[in-house]
Ligand binder design. Structure first.
Ligand SMILES: Cc1cc2nc3c(=O)[nH]c(=O)nc-3n(C[C@H](O)[C@H](O)[C@H](O)COP(=O)(O)OP(=O)(O)OC[C@H]3O[C@@H](n4cnc5c(N)ncnc54)[C@H](O)[C@@H]3O)c2cc1C
Length: 407
């Protein structure tokens, strides 16, 4: 049985393997919001609710459901839970795991576990919901969840900032956190090559500043009392310019301008697709080691593949980079794809040496289940197998995902 939500998985997790023995079970018709409790700051929703519909329902009661992904118009909360989705606001609110208080699950043996508790404190033994969050449908069907809501921010400030290097970007992030604390909602790193692809391939986009090797997209948000957030950010960036820790900066003066700046970040994936074949990595390392990762991985890749175009962007505040490679213009798609295994090996080995993860947000699915065996310790794999066997002894749920078939 293959649970399927919006089928926006980027790792082949929601589609059957090649066995021909699987049944796809769509959760799309379980799309009701069961309860909203603004005083408890919770919402209880069935698994098939589309993420954007949940964001909208929260807005209606003056609350925020902060999970935000480019696929939010089609992905479903059941899929978000099962992939422990991240997105652009993890820095402030955490990933889906941290936004979930309870789940309801149909187990492989047909029993229903009603764990729909809206509690922030509950120390009554193992916290079983965490087994199902991020399990990619391999342990059961999530049918509903209790989700955390937050006060709706009343003001936001968005800036696009040019910086000289990933190390300077990291220092700026630390200064922003020191200065603005929890008001810092998002901090996204974008390389000049990534921006160049957007400007080239996405109509209506414009270069906001003169060219620089790296940029940060910064978003602050606050309550009614934070009216001067714009001004505070302007003063902060003004001081950073004087100290030469940033090269240039522009602050959005309207909602429309803020959307234009966000569009430069959100369209990188699409711009890369238009550019042609690419090899993608969704990796994480400790935040402090991001500059080292970029330096080592860039240098190793360029040594082996001198013409390769490295497209680096992502959630620097979470230590999560989308570290992608676009096809060198001089070689064919086939030649480029032939290099994929070697490119992956170079990137993942460095990630591993730095104590990182080969999949920060997108899960394992079918795409990375063999690669996982190279990087997870045998002890960790054995524990995962034990959990799988205990809950799904007949191997009914989502075969060939996370665990390779016959493994
Ligand atoms: C344009 C684009 C941008 C994206 N951006 C991000 C991003 O920023 N961050 C991020 O984390 N991901 C991102 N993704 C990946 C994807 O959108 C997320 O993983 C999303 O959470 C998947 O939701 P879905 O409903 O489409 O799940 P599906 O693709 O349908 O399923 C994903 C997995 O969950 C399982 N599953 C689905 N529903 C259930 C259920 N009810 N019970 C048990 N198992 C279930 C499936 O079997 C599968 O293993 C992006 C994808 C696209 C296309």
């Amino acid at each position: 049985m293959v649970p399927q939500g919006g089928n926006t998985s980027l790792s082949g997790a929601a589609t059957p393997d090649h066995s021909g023995n699987a049944v796809v079970v769509s959760l799309s018709r379980m799309n009701r919001i069961l309860a909203i409790d603004p005083a408890n700051n919770t919402m209880t929703a069935q698994a098939g609710c589309v993420l954007a519909a949940l964001q909208e329902a929260a807005l209606q009661v003056d609350r925020l459901f902060p999970l935000s992904l480019a696929s939010e118009g089609s992905c479903q909360i059941g899929g978000n839970l099962s992939t422990n989705a991240g997105g652009v606001r993890v820095l402030r609110y955490g990933n889906t795991r941290e936004l979930t208080l309870g789940v309801e699950v149909v187990l492989p043996n047909g029993e229903i576990w009603n764990g729909l508790r809206g509690l922030r404190k509950d120390n009554t033994g193992y916290d079983l919901k965490h087994l199902f969050i991020g399990a990619e449908g391999t342990l059961g069907f999530i049918t509903a969840a209790v989700l955390k809501l937050f006060p709706l921010p009343k003001v936001t400030a968005v800036a696009w900032v040019a910086v000289g290097s990933p190390m300077l970007a990291l220092q700026l992030l630390a200064n922003l956190q020191d200065h603005f604390g929890a008001s810092l909602t998002a901090c996204e790193l974008v390389s000049d090559i990534s921006l160049g692809l957007v400007l080239k391939n996405i109509p209506g986009t414009q270069q906001p500043l003169s060219s620089s090797p790296w940029y940060l997209l910064i978003e602050l948000s606050g309550s009614r009392d934070d009216k001067a957030l714009d001004e505070s950010l302007e003063n902060f960036l003004g001081a950073a310019l004087v100290q030469a820790s940033v090269r240039d900066a522009v602050l959005a003066k309207s909602y429309a301008q803020a959307r234009q700046l966000w569009a430069l970040r959100e369209n990188i994936g699409e711009a890369q697709k238009i550019e042609g074949m690419s090899i993608k990595h969704d990796v994480s390392v400790p935040i402090s080691r991001i500059p080292e990762f970029i330096e080592r991985a860039d240098s190793a890749l360029l040594k082996n593949f001198p013409e390769i175009r490295i497209v680096t962007f992502g959630h620097i505040g979470d230590g999560n980079l989308h570290y992608n490679q676009s096809r060198p213009t001089k070689i064919s798609n086939d030649e480029f794809i032939a290099a994929q295994a070697e490119v992956n090996r170079i990137v993942y080995n460095i990630v591993h040496e730095l104590g990182g993860s080969i999949s920060a947000e997108h899960g394992i699915g079918q795409l990375k289940c063999l690669t996982l065996l190279d990087y997870k310790s045998p002890v960790e794999m054995a524990m995962m197998h034990s959990v799988k066997r205990a809950i799904d002894p007949l191997g009914l749920m989502n075969p060939g995902k996370i665990f390779p078939v016959n493994c």
